[in-house]
Ligand binder design. Structure first.
Ligand code: FAD
Length: 376
C-alpha cells in the first residue's frame, strides 16, 4: 500500500477492527431491530441516471504533509495564530482545532481579533472567540459558495486525507485526539437543530480482497459504534461483503449559513479583502490575526507542505426518502437536502477545478449498478 494513501488505509483498517469486534456488537438493540424488522432489506433505491445530475463541483482539499498547522508566529507587530491545512478532515476537526487556535489567540490578551478566511475553519474559530468575549472581524477573499468548504461532502471523517502517515508523531496524535474529541462533542450539541447535523447508517460494499486490514493509525475508541459485517439476510446489496456503521453527516449549505448567521448575531463583521503579501496582513488594525486561509497559505506564507487534493462531487435531484449512506469501491452517495451527493475521487496535486464529465459517468455507473442489483 502507498503510504501516502492514508485515507484508504484507514478505511480498510477500521473494517478489520470492526470485524474483530462484531461479535461484541451483535447484541446491540439497534441491530436487533434491524434484523427482526427487516428494515435493511427495504432500503429505498436512489434514482441514478446522468439526466438527473443537477450540479457538479470540484473542491481542492488543503492537504498538508504534516497535518494542520496550529503554530503561533510573530510577524512584525502582529501575532499570527495559524489554523489551516486540514485536508479531507476540515469539517470534522474544525471545532477542535478552532478551540486550540482560539486559546492561542486569547493568550495574547487582545480584545479585537482578526480572522483571515471564511471557510469552515475561519467560521468555527470566529464563533469560539466570540464565545470568549472577543470582538471578531473576518477578512476573506471569497465566501460561500465559492470556497472549498462549500464543496465538501459533509461526513464525519477526522483522519481522511489528513497527513502523511510517516509524519504522525506522538505529539501529533495527542493533539489530533484532543481536537477530535472536542469536535465530536460540539457536533452532538448541534443535533436536533433541523437537519444541520444528523446520524445516518453507512453501508459499505466490499470485494473480498478489501475485507482485510490493520489497526487504524488515528482513531478515538468509542466515538462511532463499531462497523459490523452483515449477513446476507441483513442487507439487499450484491457484494462479497457488506458492512454497516452509523456515522454523522452535515448538511453543508444550511450548516455554513447557521454559522454565518450566528457570527453576525454576536456582532461579528465580514470584510471582503484579499491578502497578496504579508505586508497586507501587517496592515490590519487588529494585532492578533488567526490565519484560516486554507490552501491560500501556500502562497501567502510560503508553506511548501501544502498542496491541493481535488475531489469532484456530482449532485442528483434530492430524494428525501433516502435515509442511508452507501460506499462502493468506485464511489459513494450521501443524501443531503440539496441533492444526492455522489463522490469518491481524490487527485493529488491537481489545481484543476473544472468538473470532468467522465468522473460523473464513473460514479453514476457504480451507484446505478449497486441499485440495479439490490434485492427486494
Ligand atoms: C470533495 C471534498 C469532500 C470533502 N468532504 C469532507 C467531509 O466529508 N468531511 C470533512 O470533515 N471534510 C471534508 N472535506 C474537507 C473540507 O472541505 C476542508 O478541509 C475544509 O473545507 C477546509 O476549510 P478551510 O476553511 O480551511 O478552507 P476554505 O473553505 O478554502 O476557506 C478558506 C478561506 O480563506 C480565504 N482565503 C484564502 N486565501 C486568501 C487570501 N490570500 N486573502 C484573503 N482570503 C483568503 C478564502 O477566500 C476562504 O474564505 C472535503 C473536501 C472536498 C474537496
Amino acid at each position: 500500500m502507498d503510504r501516502r494513501d492514508f485515507l484508504y488505509k484507514s478505511g480498510a483498517l477500521g473494517l478489520a477492527l470492526a470485524m474483530g469486534a462484531s461479535s461484541c456488537t451483535s447484541g446491540n438493540s439497534i441491530y436487533r431491530n434491524m434484523e427482526s424488522s427487516g428494515t435493511a432489506r427495504n432500503l429505498p433505491r436512489v434514482k441514478v441516471s446522468l439526466d438527473r445530475v443537477i450540479k457538479e463541483t470540484v473542491g481542492l482539499r488543503p492537504y498538508r504533509l504534516s497535518g494542520p498547522r496550529l503554530e503561533v508566529q510573530k510577524l512584525g507587530s502582529k501575532t499570527i495564530v495559524h489554523n489551516y491545512g486540514h485536508g479531507g478532515s476540515g469539517f470534522s476537526l474544525s471545532w477542535g482545532t478552532g478551540n486550540i487556535a482560539a486559546a492561542n489567540a486569547a493568550a495574547t490578551g487582545e480584545k479585537q481579533i482578526a480572522i483571515m478566511g471564511c471557510g469552515i475553519i475561519g467560521l468555527t474559530s470566529a464563533r469560539l472567540l466570540q464565545e470568549m468575549g472577543k470582538e471578531v472581524t473576518i477578512y476573506a477573499k471569497e465566501l460561500w459558495p465559492k470556497i472549498t468548504s462549500s464543496m465538501a461532502t459533509g461526513t464525519w471523517s477526522p483522519s481522511h486525507l489528513l497527513c502523511e502517515e510517516d509524519r504522525i508523531t506522538p505529539q501529533f496524535k495527542s493533539t489530533w485526539e484532543q481536537a477530535c474529541r472536542y469536535s465530536f462533542q460540539a457536533y452532538q450539541n448541534l443535533l436536533g437543530l433541523g437537519d444541520l447535523v444528523t446520524w445516518i447508517d453507512n453501508y459499505s460494499l466490499l470485494s473480498s480482497a478489501s475485507v482485510k486490514g490493520e489497526a487504524p493509525v488515528l482513531s478515538v475508541p468509542g466515538q462511532l459504534p463499531a462497523r459490523r459485517v452483515l449477513s446476507r439476510r441483513e442487507h439487499p446489496f450484491k457484494a462479497d461483503a457488506v458492512t454497516v456503521q452509523p456515522t454523522m453527516m452535515f448538511n453543508i449549505p444550511s450548516y455554513l449559513q447557521k454559522l454565518t448567521n450566528d457570527f453576525f448575531s454576536y456582532g461579528g463583521k465580514i470584510k471582503i479583502r484579499e491578502f497578496k503579501t504579508l505586508e497586507d496582513v501587517d496592515a490590519l488594525p487588529e494585532r492578533c490575526v488567526v490565519n484560516c486561509t486554507g490552501l491560500g497559505s501556500k502562497a501567502l506564507f510560503g508553506d511548501e507542505e501544502l498542496m491541493p487534493i481535488s475531489g469532484q462531487l456530482s449532485f442528483l435531484i434530492p430524494q428525501p426518502e433516502i435515509n442511508y449512506r452507501l460506499t462502493t469501491p468506485h464511489g459513494y452517495i450521501i443524501p443531503r437536502k440539496d441533492g444526492i451527493v455522489l463522490g469518491g475521487n481524490a487527485i493529488r496535486g491537481s489545481w484543476n477545478t473544472t468538473p470532468d464529465p467522465k468522473q460523473t459517468e464513473v460514479v453514476v455507473a457504480a451507484i446505478n449498478e449497486a441499485m440495479q442489483q439490490m434485492r427486494g
